[in-house]
Design a protein around this ligand. Structure first.
Ligand code: HPA
Length: 252
């Protein structure tokens, strides 16, 4: 039986009827809330809403270390994260679902490592390919079965938030090679790598990034788009959870 962590983001703060709950504590403090456990035929699902059940924790204030630690402690060996992003690359319009394969970190001041603090050994990890190719391949194949368009690959730039970016900041990200911009993929994906967990992100484009749309970003519209996109993500994940066992023995 595989144990899959699912980190819900904006638009996906709950998975379903509340199931069994694990209230974890970690050496790094409390995670964003209790982990909800759902048992499927072939998968034990551990759901954790990144921003808390009431969506009250801002991206820069999320205890990423506690979240990843708690999921590992509860048995997860792989994580699928759902992240809301703005679209930078032409064609990545609101409603698109992207599976990024690269990341650039523009965040600052976040507790971003388990390594080298008091009492913990200094550990360097290889981070050439941050996202799990086997989990991405599985999601692509499930998306085909569910007839949900999923764009494979792309670079996510991760900004500090909680404010959105200026148009000049987005032009800089574009020059750097970012296709989408979000606030939560880092340090989540690197902490998962430090603990040896496979990680993939389903990034939902919920607005054109600053300066890329016809007008300024309409926050109400962002929320409406996040709600609609997360229904697609839910359908995608339900297809995965109800489907046959997928080999997930790869280590990348
Ligand atoms: N920028 C950063 N994070 C985001 C955005 C954005 O435009 N949209 C949703 N999350």
């Amino acid at each position: 039986m595989r144990t899959l962590g699912l980190i819900g983001g904006t638009g996906l703060d709950e998975w379903g009827a509340s199931g069994q709950e694990i209230s974890a504590d970690t050496p790094y403090g409390a995670p964003s809330g209790p982990i909800q456990v759902y048992n499927f035929e072939h998968v034990r699902l551990l759901f954790l809403p990144r921003h808390g059940r009431d969506h009250q924790i801002a991206p820069h204030a999320v205890n990423y270390r506690a979240n990843i630690w708690a999921l590992k402690q509860a048995g997860a060996t792989e994580i699928i994260a759902v992240n809301a992003v703005g679209g930078i690359r032409p064609g990545l319009d609101p409603g698109a679902l992207v599976l990024p394969d690269q990341v650039i970190d523009y965040t600052w001041g976040r507790q971003h490592s388990y390594s080298g603090g008091s009492g913990s050994a200094l550990q360097h990890i290889d981070f050439t390919s941050p996202f799990s190719s086997s989990l991405m391949a599985e999601l692509i194949s499930v998306a085909g079965i569910a007839s949900i368009p999923l764009i494979e690959g792309g670079c996510v730039g991760v900004t500090q938030g909680p404010r959105l970016e200026t148009a000049a900041e987005i032009r800089r990200l574009e020059r750097d090679g970012c296709d989408v911009v979000g606030m939560t993929t880092m340090p989540e994906v690197s902490l998962a790598a430090e603990l040896g967990l496979l990680y993939a992100s389903i990034s939902m484009v919920v607005n054109p990034a600053a300066g890329k749309g016809a007008s300024v970003i309409d926050i109400d519209e962002v929320e409406r788009c996040a709600a609609a996109a997360s229904e697609q993500v839910r359908r995608l994940l339900q297809t995965m959870l109800n489907g046959p066992v997928q080999a997930s023995s790869d280590t990348t």
